[in-house]
Design a protein around this ligand. Structure first.
Ligand SMILES: [Zn+2]
Length: 311
């Protein structure tokens, strides 16, 4: 019994990692955990009643520990039930204990295109809408979390960045309550920067990987829009930015290839150029020109994206 207890506690607390894995006696822990969970799931109602009974009768000592063990096992069951195992029928299952949760490597910023936080929240949480995000930030700086960061929110849609096509799986989505035609209030941006700092502590997302929806879907989307303060965000350490004067690009610099190297999907060049200018040269958006100055800006951003970040 003590070994089972230890295994459950290690799994729940996330310490079921390297130090544990070097012990030969625990090599089959994943399978044992899963088998145990199936049993616990089957009897979960009875287990819950037992736990509640122990708590209400004030029993401690052996009763307390039994309740603690069963409650921990129940949490483990809930975890596994909510994350069904995906296996290949063509492969033999040889479980390794050397794994952890997948981590996001991008943050995608959106505007809601809505007038009120309540309206946006209703859409993002409605079971029939088919859309969601991990976070929603109100104009007053209120931050709501709608989806666990470990889960895949539905915010990116058909999109691509650096050849990666499933951006929902790779990113954390943040919706900013904004119509797309209004400035972003300072409390909202302050809250966003604080949230990004918080996310970076957990996920170590590179600064260049803080993107807008329009970056990853330039032919479909324009959010967070031309009024979004990307420069201010970059000054806080999130997203790329370059101020003039820009270094001259090398002779023969291919700007479209440069856009692809930055990460853009360049299959619709006009849409990519518009998205690039909207984000990095918002004052120029009205003009259709794609000038040598823009090439130099792009080259500057490429250099910035390849500069190693201090740990
Ligand atoms: Zn969006």
């Amino acid at each position: 019994m003590p070994r089972i207890v230890a295994r459950i506690i290690r799994t729940i607390t996330g310490t079921n990692k390297q130090e544990h894995n070097e012990q030969n006696s625990e090599q089959t822990s994943c399978l044992l955990n899963f088998d145990l969970t199936v049993i616990i799931c089957f009897f979960r109602t009875r287990i819950m009643r037992t736990c509640i009974g122990m708590m209400t009768t004030g029993g401690i000592g052996r009763g307390f520990w039994r309740g603690f063990i069963l409650l921990g096992a129940l949490l483990q069951a809930a975890c596994i039930v909510s994350s069904p195992r995906l296996v290949s029928a063509d492969a033999a299952w040889h479980p390794s204990p050397n794994f952890g949760m997948r981590r996001a490597n991008y943050v995608i910023l959106h505007h809601t295109s809505n007038d009120t936080l309540a309206y946006a929240l209703n859409i993002l949480t409605h079971p029939l809408s088919g859309v969601s995000s991990h976070y929603l930030i109100g104009r007053d700086g209120r931050v709501l979390q709608l989806v666990d960061e470990n889960e895949r929110a539905w915010h990116a849609g058909a999109s691509m960045w650096s050849g990666q096509t499933d951006m929902n799986s790779a990113s954390i989505g943040i919706e900013l309550d904004n119509t797309g035609n209004e400035p972003f209030p300072p409390p909202q941006i302050d809250a966003l920067i604080a949230l990004l700092s918080d996310i970076r502590r957990r996920h170590a997302i590179p600064r260049a990987n803080v993107l807008g929806h329009a970056d990853i879907a330039p032919a479909r989307k324009n959010d967070p829009g031309v009024l979004f303060p990307w420069r201010q965000l970059a000054q806080a350490g999130f997203g790329l930015w370059c101020d003039p004067p820009y270094p001259p690009p090398p002779e023969g610099f291919d700007a479209l290839l440069g856009l692809a190297a930055l990460g853009y999907d360049t299959r619709v060049p006009a849409a990519v150029i518009a998205a690039f200018k909207r984000r990095f040269a918002p004052d120029d958006e009205a003009g259709a020109e794609w000038t040598t100055e823009h090439h130099a800006l792009l080259y500057c951003l490429l250099r910035a994206s390849s500069t190693p970040e201090s740990p």
